[in-house]
Unconditional design. Structure first.
Length: 192
């Protein structure tokens, strides 16, 4: 997000639908079909796609996405295995991945979304409003401030608290610091 803002690029997000089912499993897996399979009940069915819950499914999906991004000219960042970048001559384009969530920093993000849509089903495409548990909002001001907050996440936690304990959460506290606490500037020679 910082690079996007710093380089005046457009920030979009996308979620890959059924990501694990896009990858092939390397394990030898089978199931015996139950009554929900109708006429196939009792048959032995071989599982060839990665499934949610398998230990290696995340790795298989990451490999599949890596192959796709490499074909499009992206290289993996030396610093962070979740960041893919592509040299465009006068700037870099970035795709940040978190399992099946993509954060795209491009001058024209629609172009890469169209390209990825040929291979994957993408959901929630567009400027991010909520990403990885954080509300993202642009404040309308001359400075074009981009903010991140946890309001939606906290609201969900409060609902869960009430469901678990059958009572509303304790009183709101606006800061984790004691209201009487007044931090002062450290003027020691160690921290000059």
């Amino acid at each position: 997000m910082f690079l996007s803002e710093l380089n005046e690029m457009i920030l979009w997000m996308a979620d890959v639908g059924n990501a694990y089912l896009e990858a092939w499993t390397q394990e030898c897996l089978y199931i015996v079909a139950g009554p929900e399979f109708g006429p196939l009940e009792g048959y032995i069915l071989i599982v060839d796609k990665a499934l949610y819950g398998l230990r290696s499914s995340g790795a298989r999906w990451a490999e599949r996405l890596a192959d796709s991004l490499q074909k499009l000219g992206f290289v993996l960042s030396y610093d962070n295995p979740a960041i893919w970048m592509r040299d465009m001559g006068d700037h870099y384009e970035y795709i940040c991945t978190y399992v099946d969530d993509l954060l795209i920093t491009f001058q024209n993000p629609k172009a890469i979304v169209d390209e990825l849509s040929k291979e994957y089903t993408l959901k929630g495409v567009g400027p991010p409003e909520y990403y990885l548990g954080a509300n993202i909002e642009r404040i309308d001001s001359p400075e074009k401030v981009l903010t991140m907050g946890s309001g939606t996440y906290i609201d969900k936690c409060l609902v869960i608290y009430e469901q678990l304990f059958g009572a509303p959460p304790p009183n709101k506290v606006w800061t984790p610091l004691d209201p009487k606490d007044h931090p002062e500037m450290d003027t020691t020679t160690f921290l000059d």
